[in-house]
Design a protein around this ligand. Structure first.
Ligand SMILES: NC(=O)c1ccc[n+]([C@@H]2O[C@H](COP(=O)([O-])OP(=O)(O)OC[C@H]3O[C@@H](n4cnc5c(N)ncnc54)[C@H](O)[C@@H]3O)[C@@H](O)[C@H]2O)c1
Length: 258
């Protein structure tokens, strides 16, 4: 049990990488505060955990709303008195050429991926500073490291997450709090599936054609399962990563090594 009785907050727990992370952390004994904007998906994640789930709380939280994020943090402190691990995972993708990109999609990317990361950390930081321990893990992406066609706006938010994480690691080091990011490559979740479906539609080609292109980006020649990303998140949460801070764990099947 690698995170037994560790108090772990996870955003974006209703789907994909977040759901797989919730399951892994639950199996490893964590006390979980799971949140998402999608209440139905969150309930499904909760159901998936099975029995002995008294140590799991679920909360509908929109990471774009500071008051909701604050409430999630305050609930955790009131209930458990500490935060051992904060996993800032909630995210969205929108793709398209910059000159045709709807401004509301741009705002959504910025508000969820960047501002949501900022709010999630902002309200937790005073508690981390006071307690002088803990681990913060953000979700960057291969898109933070390399360009992807029609992904300029998504890439900019993930590069922003990477910069935020590195800078925050410096601020939190004197308080014995580690701050790291994970950069997944193509991971088989509803987010990637919708991304591929849109590109296939826009280019008027089959879904499988675009899927194969994504598979070939990584040298392993396949997509990741969300559980493989969850395993990296767990590593960063534990003492196995005790000397890692300001780092980015690239779980991209070799995509960025080409
Ligand atoms: N799937 C990939 O290939 C991939 C690659 C690199 C990075 N990522 C990153 O990993 C993270 C998880 O992605 P995923 O693939 O599991 O996607 P997903 O769409 O399956 O899950 C994302 C979750 O975030 C939630 N969410 C969206 N907006 C929210 C909001 N305003 N407030 C709270 N929750 C909100 C969604 O409801 C959903 O449950 C994201 O940050 C994503 O950018 C994914």
């Amino acid at each position: 049990m690698r995170v037994k009785d560790k108090v772990c907050i996870l955003t974006g727990a209703a789907s994909g990488i977040g759901r797989a992370t919730a399951k892994l952390f639950f199996d490893e004994g964590a006390i979980l505060i799971l949140s998402d904007i999608d209440e139905k998906g969150l309930n499904e994640t909760f159901e998936l955990l099975g029995e002995n789930n008294a140590r799991v709380s679920i909360m509908k939280v929109d990471v774009r709303e500071p008051d909701e994020v604050k409430e999630m943090i305050e609930y955790t402190i009131n209930e458990y008195g500490r935060i051992d691990v904060l996993i800032v995972n909630a995210g969205v993708v929108r793709v398209g050429p910059v000159e045709e990109f709807p401004d509301e999609d741009y705002d959504l990317l910025i508000n969820v991926n960047l501002k949501g990361t900022y709010y999630s950390c902002k309200y937790a930081i005073p508690h981390f500073k006071k307690q002088k321990f803990g681990s913060i893990i953000t979700l960057a992406s291969v898109a933070a490291h390399i360009g992807q066609v029609n992904h300029a706006n998504y890439c900019s938010t993930k590069a922003g997450v990477l910069g935020f994480t590195k800078a925050l690691a410096l601020d939190m080091a004197p308080y014995n709090v580690r701050v790291n990011s994970v950069s997944p490559g193509a991971t088989d979740t509803p987010m990637l599936q919708s991304d591929v479906a849109k590109q296939a539609k826009d280019r008027n080609v089959d879904y499988e054609v675009v899927k194969e292109e994504f598979e070939e980006e990584g040298v392993l020649g396949r997509w990741a399962e969300p559980e493989e990303i969850a395993a990296g998140i767990l590593f960063l949460a534990t003492n196995d990563a005790s000397y890692m801070t300001g780092a980015d764990l690239r779980l991209d099947g070799g995509w960025t090594t080409r």
